[in-house]
Write a protein that binds this ligand. Structure first.
Ligand code: C5P
Length: 231
């Protein structure tokens, strides 16, 4: 059995491509799926993403695109051409449909970010939405499916709902995951890897428990062991 579990995604939340590269090398075959976010994008993120693909890794571009449809469509088409695997876009119908058109028949899967977890009901009211965050999450999961998205990003809390609505095969990518033995950091309502998978996650995003560990590879393998206990 390979050391890595493809359901584990490690975010490369590091300031430079050089530091990200050192982390990737330390993790070796214990991790096969990496998330490249905006911080790295601002430096050499795309070059690193291309290198990772050449090395046979899977790449999740967490760039949360949000623009007019033509721009989103063209950006998604360009990223599909780079062979990346997952791309996030904001969960608005126009944006989601444009990303799906842009990726066309490529292997790039489009994930919708329903409602940022930094927003609560009060923030939404201030922005002019007359719905609760929970109701908007539910509405946008339905809209993601209608737009042809492959899945959503969902907190452990929302993963059950996303799995119920999306059914089998729908991607439910869940951050906010903390093994029992790891520090919670700023993840207030974290779930363990096993809890997140049991709630319906198809993939978990788990960063600092791995990347801030004294031995990142051992930490990743420990998480993989916990995940393999849940099929
Ligand atoms: O280190 P940690 O496991 O908390 O990293 C979680 C990753 O998932 C970060 O890249 C963070 O931006 C992302 N994320 C999150 N919560 C969300 C959406 C994304 O923690 N609601």
């Amino acid at each position: 059995m390979p050391a890595a579990d493809p359901r584990l995604i490690v975010p490369l939340d590091l300031p430079t491509a050089g530091e990200a590269r050192a982390m990737i090398d330390a993790l070796g075959d214990a991790v096969s799926f990496y998330k490249v976010g905006l911080e790295l994008f601002a430096t050499d993120g795309m070059a690193l993403a291309r290198d990772l693909k050449v090395e046979g890794k899977q790449v999740f571009l967490d760039w949360k695109l949000h623009d007019i449809p033509t721009t989103v469509q063209r950006a998604a088409a360009a990223l599909a051409g780079a062979g990346c695997d997952l791309l996030t876009v904001h969960g608005e119908p126009q944006v989601m449909a444009a990303a799906v058109r842009g990726r066309g028949g490529s292997g790039l899967k489009v994930l919708a970010v329903t409602v940022l977890t930094s927003l609560d009901d009060k923030d939404l009211a201030e922005m002019g939405y007359a719905v609760t965050a929970r109701a908007l999450v539910e509405r946008r999961i339905h809209q993601a499916i209608a737009a042809g998205c492959d899945g959503v990003v969902a907190s452990p809390h929302e993963a059950v709902l996303a799995r119920q609505i999306g059914g089998q095969g729908f991607l439910v990518v869940t951050p906010g995951v903390r093994p029992d033995w790891a520090a919670k950091n700023d993840q207030a309502r974290a779930a363990t890897p096993a809890q997140a998978l049991a709630a319906g996650a198809s993939h978990i995003v788990c960063g600092r428990p791995v990347t801030a560990a004294d031995d990142p590879r051992a930490a990743a393998l420990r998480i993989v062991d916990e995940m393999r206990a849940v099929q």
